[in-house]
Design a protein around this ligand. Structure first.
Ligand SMILES: [Zn+2]
Length: 228
């Protein structure tokens, strides 16, 4: 059995994917499209190592720096905002449509034999924060925290204290505990240290009781500016 997780970066996060695969007894692959350009443009092969561009020759993909708007090379290890252009659309073609998705690119040969570039969506450029010069995506924070399961539920909220993109450390992160778990200073410190190690960001980790962070049936809200 195969499952596909379009529409949200979670499907590409190893811990979240493992939970889905275990729960459903299925192999989970990720797919991605965007309504304005095409509903299914990228899809993972059996190697599960990023989504191949299946719409090559129909759509042209580019990368750019979301802050400056300047072009970035779409080469192996490259990253930036994904920009797409229709190549064959006859009605209302879009030119250099900014998807607001921040992606990482792999172009090294894939064992499946497909030669198109592969991408993994890291997060939304709208959600990106910059803490002391380091780009921080709430989805990347969620991925790091998810590795602390089963002690945590996997839900997090990043709650920036300053308006806009630039933030001073420490960045407040609310982490929801697993059902029945009680706040534990040692766990909070371990999460803080791991976030610092993996994402090079200083955070203030607040543990929240199970069920206290908002649920969503569609796209999860990982950024909370209400508390400011
Ligand atoms: Zn492949």
């Amino acid at each position: 059995m195969c499952g596909s997780t379009p529409g949200e970066p979670g499907g590409g996060e190893p811990a979240f994917r493992a939970t889905l695969e275990e729960g459903w007894g299925a192999r989970v692959t990720e797919a991605m499209g965007i309504g304005d350009i095409g509903v299914s443009l990228w899809g993972e092969c059996e190697e599960q190592d990023g989504m191949h561009l299946g719409a090559r020759d129909f759509v042209h993909a580019e990368l750019l720096d979301a802050e400056s708007g300047s072009a970035r090379p779409l080469g192996d290890g490259g990253s930036g905002e994904l920009v797409l252009t229709h190549l064959r659309h006859r009605a209302a073609p879009l030119l250099r449509f900014r998807t607001r998705d921040h992606v990482e690119v792999r172009t090294a040969p894939c064992p499946c034999g497909r030669t198109s570039p592969r991408i993994r969506c890291v997060g939304r450029t709208d959600d990106m924060l910059i803490v002391r010069g380091v780009n921080v995506f709430p989805t990347a924070v969620r991925e790091v925290v998810a590795a602390f399961a089963p002690r945590v539920s996997g839900r997090i909220v990043v709650a920036p204290e300053q308006p806009g993109v630039m933030q001073d450390p420490p960045l407040p992160v609310r982490v929801e505990l697993a059902d029945g778990a009680l706040p534990d200073a040692e766990l909070a410190e371990a999460i803080r240290a791991r976030l610092r190690e993996v994402l090079v960001v200083t955070t203030r980790v607040e543990l929240a009781r199970w069920g206290s962070l908002e649920r969503s049936e569609y796209k999860s809200t990982l950024l909370d500016r209400k508390g400011r």
